[in-house]
Design a protein around this ligand. Structure first.
Ligand code: FAD
Length: 297
């Protein structure tokens, strides 16, 4: 089913990046369609405390307010899962049975966390189980912290967390491939290292401890899970966009345009930091650049 209209811009993903871009383009009186599948990572952020003017706000509230604001500037919002984007004369965006055409595209589909399989993990996610030092490091201040990870990079995280937030840290690694100098560094910092596999978080209202497969119990008030994330970008695969050396993040210009003219990528899909205010700022920059390009057209 084809929507024959040619939109000025189609935005994929109603996270902070996509919504901020939608608000700018809506206020330029452009024909904008925002397609979102629902859910999304920002919705897991229960206490955002680092967004200017908001002492504390949930990610869900930010998205709900952003959707209302975008709608008030006549942005069309459709629920749908984008499965493919092609570039012919115009961009072709496929979502379910539908095909949409657009002069420009902003991709703001975000990332999803690699989370280990641990009983009760989702109960505490965003409350006392965190995934990002910039977002929630502060919330571990002076608390009994366990860091879990599957890579020696978690050693650096443990040392950084100790430097900034709490002295009471235990590092639990799934891998025993830890070089001796890393072990020495941890020992110098008084950070116990445990090699093991967590299976359950113990606690009803508040977190009490982490249980390992071998029965060991590690008391804790907060957990930092350090397993990285994957990008929500499979729908871009036919465009052969340029990525970084690790073939992971998308390379973009200073206006967040990808290696394909007219397609912009904002938020943690590019090499920038993964923060609400940064994704929103990038969305604004991309929208302003697209406004200029539309004027040139
Ligand atoms: C537990 C937790 C706590 C956090 N706390 C903070 C914090 O305190 N401060 C802070 O600044 N940041 C925080 N973050 C990070 C913040 O959520 C991200 O920076 C932000 O999500 C990035 O915004 P985004 O625009 O990429 O959108 P996202 O929120 O990732 O949204 C992307 C949207 O795209 C949609 N989508 C994905 N694929 C498709 C598709 N194929 N078709 C259609 N739609 C699609 C998704 O459904 C989603 O709605 C936290 C994250 C987590 C997980």
């Amino acid at each position: 089913m084809a929507d024959e209209k040619i939109y000025d811009c189609i935005i994929i993903g109603a996270g902070p990046g996509g919504l901020q871009a939608a608000i700018y383009l809506g206020r330029y009186n452009k024909n904008v369609l925002l397609i979102d599948r629902g859910g999304g990572r920002t919705q897991h952020a229960k206490h955002i405390e680092n967004f200017l003017t908001q002492k504390a706000i949930s990610g869900r509230e930010i998205i709900e307010l952003g959707l209302e604001q975008a709608k008030s500037f006549n942005v069309k919002i459709e629920k749908g899962l984008v499965t493919k984007v092609l570039k012919k004369r115009h961009f072709e965006i496929y979502a379910g049975e539908k095909k949409y055409l657009s002069k420009f595209v902003i991709v703001s589909s975000g990332v999803y966390d690699n989370l280990p399989s641990i009983e009760n993990l989702h109960k505490f996610l965003g409350i006392s189980l965190f995934t990002c030092i910039d977002c929630d490091g502060y919330r571990t201040t002076n608390k009994k912290l366990v860091i879990i990870g599957n890579h020696i990079k978690s050693v650096h995280l443990a040392i950084a967390m100790k430097e900034m937030f709490t002295k009471d840290i235990t590092l639990v690694l799934y891998t025993n491939k830890v070089p001796d100098d890393y072990k020495e560094e941890l020992s110098d910092e008084n950070i116990p290292l445990i090699i093991g596999r967590p299976v359950r978080i113990i606690g009803d209202e508040t977190m009490k401890a982490l249980e390992l497969q071998d029965g060991r119990i590690i008391p804790c008030e907060v957990i930092m899970s350090h397993f990285g994330y994957k990008l929500n970008d499979s729908f871009l695969s036919e465009l052969n966009l340029k990525k970084d050396r690790d073939n992971f993040k998308h390379i973009v210009s200073s206006t967040y345009e990808s290696s394909l003219s007219g397609l912009y990528i904002v938020g943690p899909l590019n090499q920038g930091n993964d923060q609400v205010i940064i994704a929103a700022g990038e969305g604004a920059v991309a929208a302003i650049a697209i406004k200029k390009r539309l004027l040139e057209l």
